[in-house]
Design a protein around this ligand. Structure first.
Ligand SMILES: [Fe+2]
Length: 593
């Protein structure tokens, strides 16, 4: 995506028709998202760049390849406006294999999960992997890590000093996911990241769920440009009236499109050109079954959005919001040739995908063998924490026998936990998890070899009747999280992940029931989406058999350490009150027998 005088000269000549195009796409219907028109037009491509649209007869030389698009619609490659690809558990290579054939050619991402487990060294490996893939990643430097709870532990702390360096990198397109809480408390590193972004003229991407009024005004005064998390359409309207660009999220666990799009379909159609789409967190299963951003386009059309408008939301609107519209987002001269062949704007089935001027996917499959790179020890090293015993997951108190009133974090949605006060037994100075009342133990173990932290608290909503489950993928910090009804099974689950270099596991009665290895940083795998989806289904089935009836038991668990959303979370330093941003004691009262 870099330019120098030499390649600019070539492109100028190619644009003027003085040198022949490498490829022309002929007889397609051009979906021109710039002019909101659809008309018959050819496209000429020189190397990876579109050099002409319309009549391209003069651009054809003896070596020029032709792609016939008769009866097809030419749509710009789709952009996911906010995505943690790591949450799919697919490595960048596997993720690209899954989503590029669906038409997603660019994602905006902080690659923050990789950074949390492997720092800048790991990030450089990921950048190299991206370059070798057909997927573009427009990287935003995370405003800071850890995200919201400064005391928790990650492998690498993103600070103002780091921003001074990385914002100069060619890969850096902005500041990623600057959460409202950090701005509101005037966090020094966060404001430092923003200060650097102003100096470097980079956009600041936001994250402000359930924020309005004066808090929103204050947040916007920090220069935040866009947001991807609104819980209803009135929130969308207020944010947009106050100048924000809105990236509507339709993830595997939070389905906001139907509600958020009402801002356009019911309140004000003129908002449409400042709305775009993202999927934030998607599972391999969903990508295989529903598609990716193409699915969001279809959903928007089903909600009454004009096909052209929905396509603009998935292309040029994102590109403009992130100030990358000179590179991607439209089929125009000078832009990178990321072009989809689609059956019709209304049906929106992606039949072929061109990235960087090359036909890479047909009939929803890559047409070449894309191999994952060899991983260095930075991304493949084992979890750096000590093996555990059952005692590590027994909550000890100062009375011998009696009762304990505890604050259990009660899951109400994938990211939302509310307070639940519940009384459970104390036996031999241990607070006993209570499956009858749905009170389980949950623990987060620091796993980067930095301090050996381990927290322990109570949670509800998972309804496990026995056993345990654990994951070394757990945004935002990606420490090791384990939950269970039995301390021995919790210990077995944790030790299995330590022995196997990370993954997700379900254990019952001392046995490993299901295990999904995640060897890339303990958070991702180079296996194909089909394999990951299959293993995830087995994990879910195993959790269901233990009594859990949540739609995504392990995903609901692995979001527990996210402190950015009220009311409760747990990190390696303890259970967290996300409003006060303090750790808290989950024992409310002890009653001796
Ligand atoms: Fe996010």
């Amino acid at each position: 995506m870099q330019k120098n005088k030499e390649n600019l000269k070539q492109l100028i000549r190619a644009g003027r028709g003085l040198i022949p195009a490498h490829t022309v796409i002929r007889n397609g219907n051009l979906v021109n998202v710039m002019s909101s028109e659809i008309y018959l037009a050819d496209v000429a491509i020189y190397e990876d760049t579109i050099v002409a649209i319309g009549d391209v007869t003069d651009y054809i030389g003896p070596e020029t390849k032709t792609i016939d698009a008769t009866g097809k619609y030419l749509v710009p490659g789709l952009i996911d406006g906010h995505l943690h690809s790591e949450c799919s558990k697919l490595s960048i290579t596997s993720f690209a294999k899954a989503v590029v054939p669906c038409g997603t050619t660019s994602i905006v991402s902080g690659l923050d999960e990789y950074i949390s487990v492997s720092g800048l060294e790991g990030l450089h490996e990921i950048f190299a992997e991206v370059k070798a893939s057909p997927l573009k990643v427009f990287w935003g430097a995370p405003y800071k890590t850890p995200y919201t709870f400064p005391q928790s532990t990650v492998a690498f702390n993103f600070t103002e000093e780091v921003h001074k360096e990385v914002q100069q990198w060619p890969e850096c397109f902005g500041v990623w996911e600057t959460v409202r809480e950090a701005v509101q408390v005037e966090d020094e590193d966060t404001l430092g990241a923003i200060e650097q972004a102003f100096k470097n003229r980079l956009p600041i991407f936001g994250c402000a769920p359930m924020v309005g009024g004066k808090d929103l005004n204050g947040y916007l005064c920090a220069g935040i440009r866009l947001d991807h998390e609104s819980y209803d359409h009135t929130e969308v309207v207020e944010k947009m009236r106050k100048g924000m660009h809105m990236v509507i999220r339709e993830s595997s666990v939070t389905h906001f499109l139907k509600e958020n799009i009402r801002a356009v379909t019911e309140v004000n159609p003129y908002l449409a050109r400042r709305v775009s789409f993202c999927t934030d967190d998607v599972t391999a299963t969903d990508v295989l079954e529903k598609g990716h951003v193409d699915n969001v386009v279809r959903l928007a059309i089903a909600e009454g959005v004009e096909p052209m408008t929905a396509i603009q939301m998935a292309t040029i609107n994102s590109a403009e919001a992130y100030r990358i519209d000179h590179l991607v987002g439209s089929i125009s001269p000078g832009r990178i040739a990321d072009i989809l062949l689609v059956d019709s704007p209304e049906n929106f089935q992606v039949e072929a995908v061109i990235t960087n001027g090359r036909l890479v996917a047909e009939n929803r499959k890559l047409n070449y063998d894309l191999k994952a790179p060899a991983r260095s020890s930075v991304l493949s090293s084992a979890l750096k924490c000590k093996k555990t015993t059952r005692e590590d997951f027994e909550y000890k108190v100062d009375i011998e026998n009696g009762q304990a009133k505890v604050l259990s974090m009660d899951v109400k949605g994938p990211f939302v936990r509310k307070r639940r006060d519940v009384t459970v037994k104390v036996q031999n100075s241990i607070v006993i998890p209570d499956t009858e009342q749905d009170v389980l133990m949950v623990s987060v173990l620091e796993r980067f070899g930095r301090n050996g932290n381990k927290s322990l608290a109570f949670c509800s909503g998972w309804n496990l009747k026995k056993g345990a489950m654990a994951s070394s993928a757990a945004p935002d910090d990606n420490n090791l999280i384990v939950m269970g009804a039995d301390a021995s099974d919790m210990s077995i689950a944790v030790n299995h992940l330590i022995e196997n270099g990370g993954g997700q596991v379900v254990v019952a009665d001392g046995e490993i029931i299901e295990f999904l290895p995640l060897p890339v940083g303990g958070i991702a795998s180079d296996e194909d989406a089909e394999k990951i989806a299959h293993r995830e289904a087995l994990l879910t089935k195993a959790a269901n058999q233990l009594g859990c009836n949540l739609p995504e038991p392990l995903m609901y668990m692995f979001f527990l350490p996210i402190t950015a959303i009220p009311d409760y979370a747990i990190t390696d330093v303890g259970p967290v009150d996300c409003i006060a941003l303090n750790t808290f004691d989950p024992i409310l009262e002890l009653i001796q027998d």
